[in-house]
Design a protein around this ligand. Structure first.
Ligand SMILES: C[S@@+](CC[C@H](N)C(=O)[O-])C[C@H]1O[C@@H](n2cnc3c(N)ncnc32)[C@H](O)[C@@H]1O
Length: 246
């Protein structure tokens, strides 16, 4: 178990589950990838299933809100493709597309607010851009997913400058770090439609404090325009900011 990913409240039960799971994979050996993926509810752990169900519920709650969907921090792209597939199922004739923002370099932009440093998190969440493109291509989703590759601190301001009318209904923040979260919230506040959601994956996190600090600073200025919601039944995402006033 990655020490930085572990949550103290669940540590013991997670450890038992992961040890037992390892024994099962040793017992039954390697299988062809799709043989495991197609019957996925058999193999998927409850905590991971809970994350996906929560994301589906939240995203579906914004389908009538105008604007696009965005994910900041997509890594391998599982949440990204999950959201794009939800749109394909529930909004097949609508204009919403899913924007992905990632450098694919992992965590690199640390600030003093982050409480973890590059040394603790070296290469954490590095991912393959090419592999993501292959899966987008497998599902013929290149018109439904737009990738902005590079540091969010650069790609987001540029995109907003070049597209003055671009707006969003659902923004998933999962970079774990202060500087990107601060830029996302502050620069998308004006572009999030009324009824739209900022969803935070690591707010109040035991190890990564930066996302929470960025949210606190944002709410000091804009808190009167948002309603905070706790997300039950999952460890993450763990905060939703619903825009209630434009
Ligand atoms: C925790 S992972 C995201 C996990 C992903 N949402 C999922 O469901 O598997 C964090 C991601 O944020 C990206 N990231 C972090 N800081 C970034 C920044 N300043 N600019 C661009 N990408 C960043 C990393 O490359 C990494 O892919």
């Amino acid at each position: 178990m990655n020490k930085l990913d572990a949550v103290t409240k669940f540590f013991e039960t997670d450890k038992i589950y992961l040890d037992e799971r390892k024994k099962l994979s040793e017992k039954y050996g390697k299988r062809e990838m799709w043989e495991v993926i197609d019957p996925w509810p058999l193999y998927c752990g409850i905590a991971n299933l809970a994350i996906k169900l929560s994301v589906a519920d939240l995203l579906r709650s914004t389908l009538d809100v105008p604007g696009h969907v965005a994910e900041f921090g997509s890594r391998r792209g599982d949440n990204l493709l999950f959201m794009a597939k939800i749109l394909r199922i529930y909004d097949p004739y609508g204009s919403k597309v899913t924007h992905c923002f990632d450098s694919f370099e992992g965590l690199t932009e640390f600030s003093k607010q982050d409480s973890v440093s590059l040394t603790d998190a070296k290469d954490l969440y590095k991912a393959s851009y090419e592999e993501l493109l292959d899966f987008i291509s497998l599902y013929k989703m290149s018109n439904e997913i737009v990738i902005h590759k590079g540091l969010i601190e650069k790609t987001l301001p540029k995109l907003l400058e070049e597209n003055k009318a671009l707006s969003f209904s659902f923004v998933y923040c999962d970079t774990d770090l202060y500087s990107s979260t601060k830029i996302i919230l502050e620069s998308l506040h004006d572009r999030l439609s009324k009824g739209g959601l900022f969803v935070l994956d690591e707010w109040n996190h035991e190890h990564f404090h930066g996302e929470g600090v960025a949210v606190t600073e944002f709410l000091k200025e804009y808190g009167h325009k948002y309603k905070m919601h706790h997300v039950r039944n999952t460890r993450r995402p763990n905060l939703v900011l619903e825009k209630i006033d434009f």
